[in-house]
Design a protein around this ligand. Sequence first.
Ligand SMILES: Cc1ncc(COP(=O)(O)O)c(C=O)c1O
Length: 399
Amino acid sequence: MTYNFDEVIDRTNSFAVKTDFKARNHIPEDALAMWVADMDFATPPAVTEAISKRLSHPIYGYTHLGDNKYEAAIAWMKERHNWNVQADWIVHAPGVVPALGCIARAFLNTNEKLIIQQPVYPPFMSVPTNNQFEYLNNELVRVNGTYEMDLEDFEQKASDPAAKLFILCNPHNPVGRVWSKETLLQIADICLRHDILIVSDEIHHDLVFKGNTHIPMASLSPEISQITITCTAPSKTFNMAGLQAANIIIENPDLRARFVKELNRVGMETPNVFAGIASEAAYREGAAWLEQAIDYIEGNKQYVIQFAKEKLPMLHVLDSEATYLLWIDFNQLGLQPKRLQHFLNNEALVWMNAGSMFGESGNGFARMNIACPRSVVIEAMDRIERAIRLSHVPVGDTI
Ligand SMILES: Cc1ncc(COP(=O)(O)O)c(C=O)c1O
């Protein structure tokens, strides 16, 4: 079956954050919404069918996931990621972000810190700080147009006696890296030596472009698995974030018990009625849809890169290895972060996430969500080009 990713689906009046939050963010009504990380593609038909079937039963009471609840997820991890996961390692959570909150609260004591790697997904900073924990930033370094980890600095941060936990983003949002086995082993070795718990956020693990392979951190060795909590979900993969189903995978029974205790403490353990059946349908029947979605997104990425090369050489679009989020460097326009954001969102009329949200090193960048029909990507690039041309921004000057 061939899926139609060219179809433009109107999301207004569907309670979609992506389209509905324009007014509250002072974004003009006619701006293209290319920000928050969900797709503008219809979810795989198997998911819709499974939900419709359950929907036709008119009682939506308290629910459980069933005895074989994780069979499909386990088969998926084995087939796609070569990782042997056992059913009792998996804990349901309503999302990876709520899980990160519970992890911070369960594993950090007052005055203890965690390590993150900016530029990175904003809740890696906001969730711990909202819980009164500080973070240490092991800044990613830009090398030859891409980003690498600074392992020397990481070792230094990890040797701070207050550092207890590291949140890894793999594949990385927003820089699109799929971290190599060598890098993962090096970073895990530092964590093992300094007694640092690894929280590996692998929510983008299925959205990897050809020629790259995602390696689950916990699959690298039994020792690493013992100190790792892996956050996964079908939400990014199959465009079902609103169904709130995440699988937090923890082999170590002590770590798992502490995490579950915190989930229970905040009353977050019960799934919604569609979470289990939708996840199962996606993992069982969504592979063909996903293959085609990745190819389509890769086509979108190539379009943006080529367009920038030909018409907007002052931009640098990172050639990502994974995710449907493009990290674009607008620094050569010479605009201050707030001015750049206003220029893109309100003048070019392409609503993207401001790079500054991902840490200070994101100043001058924007994150573009390209999980949308090609026609939208084409329109967005035309709008950006037109706005730059009309703005008479003297490239390189600071405004
Ligand atoms: C790295 C990363 N983690 C977590 C999330 C969100 O997870 P959830 O919707 O399950 O809370 C996102 C969404 O963009 C993400 O990029």
